[in-house]
Design a protein. Structure first.
Length: 56
């Protein structure tokens, strides 16, 4: 069972970077960070994605 998967689905949405993160306070266009360590996250915080989808 290996149905072809359309490109662009099932990936993190980089559009979330269009809004500031309410969780870690990353600025617009900046990747999310872990406030405690300052480390960068590969994926935006879920709350940031939610924020972006709400703003869209
Ligand atoms: Zn964040």
């Amino acid at each position: 069972m290996s149905a072809p998967r359309p490109v662009g689905l099932g990936r993190p949405r980089p559009a979330a970077l269009a809004v500031p993160c309410p969780h870690c306070h990353a600025t617009t266009g900046a990747p999310c960070t872990i406030p405690a360590t300052g480390g960068r996250l590969t994926d935006p915080h879920p709350s940031r994605i939610e924020q972006q989808e709400r703003a869209a």
